[in-house]
Write a protein that binds this ligand. Structure first.
Ligand code: MG
Length: 500
């Protein structure tokens, strides 16, 4: 295959040729990751973890290879690179920096500790026994602090970790961001809870899994998800999306057996992630630019489809005939009932079940606790109590046990400290995109109601997707909106939707 015209510089072409080895290892490891979640026999896990560890070390060796590093540094000094080529160098410099800054022993230890911690976390959650998990959490926090030191930061150790998931975002950014959300959201939430339905009978009703599967696939077809050629949907314990290649993007959902919106809206959410991966400029295939740029921008895409489209009246109207045809339990309800069902608002203990109004409060809580853990201002011993107090402060409810409180998320056991705020960033950005989309696509909601999604897909391709990793998140946002993330759109969206 020929590297196409976007990359013209001979030095860059050399770098991209070398990079294909790294790309191929990532390709294999993505497919192995998908297989692990979707169809691997249980007892394959030990060998798979070993194989995956070996692949990561090979990748590490290729990235930190002296000749490669020198090639990248030399290219970085060139003055006549185009924007695509600059993007390649920016991404590779980051990869090299991350790979070189953290000693191999630390990476090895983190991978061993998080492997054990994830197993301990599962058991601790099942048995509602926080003390079983706590020693692992201590080790992980200690390692994450070391990693922050190795990576370096200017103001706050959390900055180094946050940057891993959202390039360029710091405590300063996130404090400002959450500072603008916290109080107005609390005020809105109090008002919404007073007047808006908190629950719906369908939340308790069982459904026929095969029939819901039909509905989910029909929705994907309606969206234009290329199931016949470039994409799949399977089942896994936790829904996710993986871009294995530009011609191979996969999503999953789950079928809990009751409360069908969980499964259906997970499909809509993951479709948003998948569309991003599918619509990156195809000339970026097998280069460092080929994926979505960051966790937060990725989440903005999934949340846009889930919240702005999936939870709209017009979307419910568009899919209602299919729901009515396939799901017996829907027969007693009108489209307006289903709209309410998709949008009930209630403070709840579990983040992944939270509605779009309360969701950011769950994240704010985690963000605050992570910062305090990284600086050592709170110990893991006091963590559950802090958690419960914050829950009470933000949402007015208090967990009765650990599994509905501090033990509910997998992230910390996997060493992912600094990830949570990207969920809020994405949720807010989705409404910001919603604002501009409505302004720029004539009859946006009419199109949704008619099941026409092409103009929306094209808009997202043009504004966001095609760039892949070319620009760092903050720069990409300036290009899209002429401004950075702005919580005002989120607050206005909620007010208009729930209170007017
Ligand atoms: Mg997501």
């Amino acid at each position: 295959m020929v590297i196409q015209m976007v990359f013209e510089n001979e030095k860059i072409k050399e770098i991209l040729n070398y990079y294909r080895k790294i790309w191929a290892l990532n390709h294999a490891s993505s497919l192995m990751g998908w297989d692990l979640e979707v169809c691997m026999p249980k007892e394959g896990v030990k060998e798979r973890s070993f194989a995956d560890g070996e692949l990561s070390m090979l990748t590490h060796d290729f990235i930190t290879n002296d000749k490669f590093v020198e090639m990248v540094e030399k290219a970085d000094a060139l003055e006549d690179l185009n924007e695509y080529e600059r993007g390649v160098i920016r991404v590779l410099k980051r990869d090299i920096k991350h790979a070189k800054a953290i000693p191999r022993e630390i990476i090895g230890e983190l991978s061993r500790v998080t492997g054990e911690a994830t197993m301990a976390w599962r058991e601790a959650r099942e048995k509602n026994n926080y003390e079983k998990f706590r020693p692992y959490l201590d080790k992980i926090i200690d390692l994450e602090r070391k990693i922050a030191d190795y990576l370096g930061y200017e103001e706050h150790p959390y900055d180094a970790l946050a940057d891993l998931y959202e390039e360029g975002y710091t405590v300063r950014d996130y404090d400002k961001f959450f500072g603008e959300i916290e109080k107005p959201l609390k005020t809105l939430l109090d008002k919404i809870i007073e007047k808006w339905p908190k629950e719906h009978p369908l939340e308790e009703k069982s459904y026929n899994k095969d029939m819901l599967k039909k509905v989910n696939f029909e929705i994907l077809k309606l969206f234009g998800y290329p199931l016949e050629t470039r994409a799949r949907m399977d089942v896994s314990a936790h829904p996710f999306t993986i871009g294995i290649g530009i011609g191979d993007v996969r999503i999953t959902t789950r079928y809990e057996g009751f409360d069908f919106k969980r499964s259906l809206l997970a499909v809509v959410h993951e479709f948003g992630h998948a569309l991003y991966e599918l619509q990156v400029d195809s000339r970026f295939s097998m280069t460092p630019l080929v994926h979505g740029v960051s966790s937060g921008i990725h989440e903005s895409q999934s949340r846009f489809w889930e919240n702005i489209i999936g939870r709209s009246r017009e979307f419910v109207n568009a899919i209602y005939p299919r729901l009515h045809e396939h799901l017996d339990i829907v027969k007693d309800y009108s489209p307006e009932d289903i709209y309410i069902y998709f949008n009930t608002v209630k403070p709840s203990l579990i983040r992944v079940e939270a509605d779009e109004v309360t969701y950011n409060m769950h994240i704010l809580l985690r963000y605050n606790l992570e910062k305090l853990m990284i600086t050592g201002e709170i110990s893991t011993k006091d963590l559950p109590e802090f958690w419960n107090e914050k829950m009470e402060e933000y949402l007015g409810i208090r967990p009765k046990d650990y599994k509905d409180g501090v033990l509910q998320d997998i992230h910390w056991s996997g060493g992912q400290i600094g990830y949570f705020p990207t969920y809020s960033l994405g949720t807010v950005l989705a409404t910001q995109i919603g604002y501009y989309v409505k302004r720029e696509i004539p009859d946006f909601y009419g199109k949704i109601e008619n099941g026409e999604f092409k103009a929306i897909r094209e808009y997202l391709r043009e504004k966001v997707h095609r760039y892949g990793k070319m620009y760092p998140p903050k720069e990409l946002l300036k290009r899209i909106f002429g401004e950075e993330v702005n919580p005002k759109y989120f607050l206005e969206y909620l007010e208009k939707k729930y209170l007017l």
